[in-house]
Design a protein around this ligand. Sequence first.
Ligand code: FES
Length: 144
Amino acid sequence: MNRREVIHKFLLGGTVLVLVPSVLKSCSKGTTNSGTNQGNNPPTGTSIDLDLSLAENTALKTIGNSKIVQNILIINTGTKIVALSAICTHQGCTVGYYSGAGDIECPCHGSVFSTTGSVIKGPAFSPLHSYPVSQTGNILTITL
Ligand code: FES
């Protein structure tokens, strides 16, 4: 083996050493795109009370507005206020309400849900959990 062959093999080996960690890292990202909220569903048997007269909640009085509280997506659909899990059932990303389309969309892989929580488009195949909502005066109560 001459000097040129030694240098060539050294450089090739170095390239492999440099590429292996980056390949592993990219595989890791690709296979574990699990969002940030898996396991963050709120505890059951409790409730969330929102005072709609407070500035932080008053937007929910307007049709098409929404808000996420404790991983619960609260939407004023125009016919009623609904509360659904804000955690995508695919891999746990946080979904959002799009009033223009009237649906709930996941930014991670494109799942789309209706305001009842049912799946309109995958890859998610399970619906978003729906929570009962009641209102007394300005107090909105979401039963978990
Ligand atoms: S996490 Fe994959 S579509 Fe929502």
